[in-house]
Unconditional design. Sequence first.
Length: 256
Amino acid sequence: MRLGREQVLRELELLPMWKLKQAALQTKAVPQVAAEPASVAEALPEASALPSIMEPSSEDRNASIAQMDWQALQSCVSHCEACVLSQTRTQTVFGVGNPNAEWMFIGEAPGMEEDQQGVPFVGQAGHLLDNMLLAMALQRGQNVYISNILKCRPPENCDPHRGEITQCAPYLQRQVALIKPRLIIALGRVAAQSLLNTQENVADLRGKQHVYQDVPVIVTYHPAYLLRNLPDKAKAWDDLCYANSVMQGLKSGVSS
């Protein structure tokens, strides 16, 4: 008796996988595996355990980003669709400044103006940050690199979600690895908590040396916060003076 096509595939224990392959080609996604007799179902992994045919695993993605040069990293960020923020952004905001800078300033996320211009820290908060840099004898575009935890603007400038931070983290890690700054200044609560993996607030983190990827970190207030809380500008100035003393110690080989 001549067996039909499905009977042959079933006898060879290929029928479920053949159907899975056909469905994947039609939908470009891994479908749910239909219920099969116990002897067949036990031989197949759960649908959730099947590898995606479209997206690499997070480990593969992170490993790939960790090998990128500066140009490849910029391109990867500009085309990133790893989280929902890619659906609402105008453009990504990679960073600005000298990629060989000794100082790196890291904020929270792009705002509306940054989203429009593709540059971090513009508008009033950016103007205040530029003045803070000038007070330290620094200047945007020279011996400073400025970036954010997130490369896309959260809608309504709300706090970044943990998933968004997780997806962007490999980009920032690679930026730091390529720039090799001597010192990082974390601007504000979100930046500080994300870099240091802590729930402590800025007030408790100020005045101390912390570490991110073997780079010393100093925490201070975000310029946007300082615009709303003018008395804390004096505290921020103390933080910048402390950062200057730490930098001098790093340059002379003396730990502060």
